[in-house]
Structures are given as structure tokens and as C-alpha cells.
Ligand binder design. Structure first.
Ligand code: AMP
Ligand code: MG
Length: 348
């Protein structure tokens, strides 16, 4: 299959968008930008189309897809119950990087929800995404547009790396502004629960609906319970090289990483370092990449996956990362980094 890439960075091209919508309506796959990461879209109400997403990504079939909508009116057809709390969250955060879990209606095939009776729904803010949803029938199932296990794509070039020849079309809308996947909140229980941390954090949610819990398994590798979102159970976002996060005071972290870099060089390896704008100059050796500034947390989420992919390209043998326990997005950032590192943390 030849994968067509359409450039829509400067403006949404009507004819191309119509063509993309037709691919979706015919049961095909189109990758598209959102404010979080690039999505791999198919008609969510067509079971065969959803199945193609799993095939293209090599994704386990019990890992459900998020259904993307472009208007509030679309929600009732797929969500059996929309609670007052869900309505409040939608009013405040949609369109935007928030996914909510509802009991599903019979309209949503189990092939889209990984066999579950619940459905994850999000209304993205990106204009290209919204237009594709409108042209493609109103309901687009889309996970991140990477091969299963690879870092999520935040540019069309990343999507092409993983999906060339596997999907019909990629809509290029430039780099994603947020760069990590949406916050997932389960609204089917008594107390809403965050199943995946993202840009919309616990405090922002609690300001709107009161108490919100966090799935306790998220940051704890040793938890005996399984994460509630099936996708959080898989090793994910993994760079090719073995990765270790070093935690402690800034001076101790820098000293330890420099020591580990020297060791790896002595062993003939090619070490990579994940630092920040503020600390980059503390690392004289190894391939050093900054995630962004610690005073601008979104710059860190925006660069996270691109940095991991870059290390894959450069064939580094080991990656050492600083910790990014920042005030607002720290949970989202560390959740992704911990997964990339397979929860290998060194306290200094
Ligand atoms: P991705 O878009 O690749 O980040 O994958 C979607 C994420 O949403 C995965 O972690 C899924 O497990 C999660 N998800 C989708 N639907 C549900 C659902 N009904 N219940 C719980 N988690 C879900
Ligand atoms: Mg994903």
C-alpha cells in the first residue's frame, strides 16, 4: 500500500480532507495530528475498520481504542449514561486533552473497546482532527499512530517512520503542542479516577468536580494490582537502549550521571543523557539532549517522545535520565519516563 502524506501545516485543504474522510468512511486508516500526539484513525462504529488499527500497529486486541468526536451531540449515541460530573468536565475541558470513560451503548462494537462494556471518548481541539472527524462520519477510533511499543509520534515524520506502507494516508499538521497522550478519567465508578495522567492534572479536575482519585498502580512498579486502563499494563514507550532514571539533589544527579557516562565510554559504549535546558552544560561527555526548560513544563512534554526517538536513531547503548518531578505535569512526565525506563530508578 502506498501511504499518501498531505501537508496541512499552513491551512486545511478542503479537497484533501474530503479524500481523507472518504478513506475513513470506506473502512480505511488515516493518521492525523491532535494537540496531544498523532492518532491512527478509523471509523469507530465499523468493527472491521477498527480491526485494521490493531493490525497496522501490532497492538494487542484487548487494548481498547479511544473514540474521538467533534460535537457534544455525538456523545449520546455512544455513551449510555452521561453523569452531571461528566457534563461539567466536558464543558470545561472539551475540546481538549481529556478522555472520559463511559458505559457504552450497543452502537459501539466490542472490536473498538477491546471487548469491554465501557467506551473511552475524547473531543480533540486540533482543527485538522475535528474536520477529519466531521468528514469521516463523526466517530473516529484512534490510538497513538506508532507501532506498538515504540514512543508515540509527535510529528508526521515519526508516523511515517512507523506506518509507511501500512496505512492509506497521513495528514501533516506539524508538531503536536502538548506531546503526551490525553488524561484518561474513568467516570463509571462513584469517585472519578485518573487512569492515565496527562496535561489535565488531578488539581484541575478537582477544581471542577471535587474529589478525583488516581489509579494507585500508575507510578508503582511493584503494585500487585493491575492498572485499570488495559493499555497501561503493557511495556510501552520504550526506546531501544536500556534506560535508567537518576533521582536526588541536582548536584548528586549530575555527578552520578557523569560517572555512569564515563563508565559506559570506558566499556566502549555510546551513552545518551536526558537533561534540561538548565542542566545541559553540566554534561561534558556522551550524547546529551535537553527535554526543555524546567520553568516551562509543556516544553518538556512536547519534546519527550522526540528525544526518545532521536536516541533510537543515534543507536545509543544506554540512556541516563534526570528526573522531572515538576509541579503540574510531573506525574504525566514521570509516568512516561518510568515506562520508557522499565521502572529502573537509581536514588542518589
Ligand atoms: P492510546 O491512544 O494508544 O494511548 O491508547 C488508548 C488508551 O486508552 C489505552 O491505555 C487504553 O487502555 C485506554 N482505554 C481505552 N478505552 C478504555 C476503556 N473503556 N477503559 C479503560 N481504558 C481504556
Ligand atoms: Mg499509545
Amino acid at each position: 500500500m502506498k501511504t499518501i502524506v498531505l501537508d496541512m501545516k499552513d491551512r486545511i485543504e478542503k479537497e484533501g480532507m474530503k479524500q481523507a474522510g472518504e478513506i475513513i468512511l470506506a473502512g480505511g486508516l488515516v493518521a492525523f495530528p491532535t494537540e496531544t500526539v498523532y492518532g491512527l484513525g478509523a471509523d469507530a462504529l465499523n468493527e472491521e475498520a477498527s480491526a485494521k488499527i490493531y493490525q497496522a500497529k501490532g497492538r494487542p486486541s484487548d487494548n481498547p481504542l479511544i473514540v474521538h468526536i467533534a460535537s457534544m451531540e455525538s456523545l449520546d449515541r455512544i455513551a449510555a449514561v452521561v453523569s452531571p460530573k461528566a457534563k461539567k468536565l466536558a464543558e470545561k475541558f472539551w475540546p481538549g486533552p481529556l478522555t472520559m470513560i463511559f458505559q457504552k451503548t450497543a452502537e459501539v462494537p466490542k472490536g473498538t473497546t477491546g471487548g469491554l462494556d465501557t467506551v473511552a471518548v475524547r473531543m480533540p481541539e486540533n482543527e485538522i482532527a475535528l474536520e477529519l472527524i466531521r468528514c469521516g462520519g463523526g466517530y473516529i477510533a484512534a490510538p497513538s499512530a506508532n507501532l506498538s511499543g515504540r514512543p508515540s509520534p509527535t510529528t508526521a515524520a515519526h508516523v511515517l517512520e512507523d506506518m509507511d506502507g501500512r496505512i492509506e494516508m497521513i495528514l501533516d499538521g506539524g508538531s503536536c503542542g502538548i506531546g503526551v497522550e490525553s488524561t484518561i478519567v474513568d467516570l463509571t465508578g462513584e469517585i472519578p479516577m485518573i487512569l492515565r495522567p496527562g496535561y489535565i492534572n488531578q488539581k484541575m479536575l478537582e477544581e471542577v468536580i471535587g474529589e478525583v482519585a488516581v489509579d494507585p498502580t500508575l507510578m508503582d512498579a511493584n503494585s500487585k494490582e493491575r492498572p485499570k486502563a488495559p493499555g497501561m499494563r503493557y511495556k510501552h514507550y520504550a526506546p531501544k537502549a536500556d534506560m535508567t532514571i537518576v533521582e536526588g539533589s541536582q548536584e548528586a544527579v549530575t555527578a552520578k550521571i557523569n560517572e555512569l557516562v564515563q563508565e559506559e565510554l570506558n566499556n566502549g559504549g555510546c551513552p545518551g543523557v536526558i537533561a534540561s535546558d538548565e542542566t545541559m552544560s553540566c554534561y561534558p561527555q556522551g550524547i546529551v539532549q535537553s527535554m526543555g526548560s524546567r520553568t516551562d513544563e509543556v516544553s518538556i512534554t512536547a519534546h519527550l517522545y522526540a528525544v526518545l526517538r532521536e536516541f533510537d536513531e543515534q543507536n545509543v547503548s544506554r540512556i541516563y535520565s534526570e528526573s522531572f518531578d515538576t509541579p503540574d505535569l510531573g506525574m504525566a512526565i514521570m509516568n512516561r519516563l518510568m515506562k520508557a525506563a522499565g521502572h529502573q530508578v537509581l536514588q542518589v
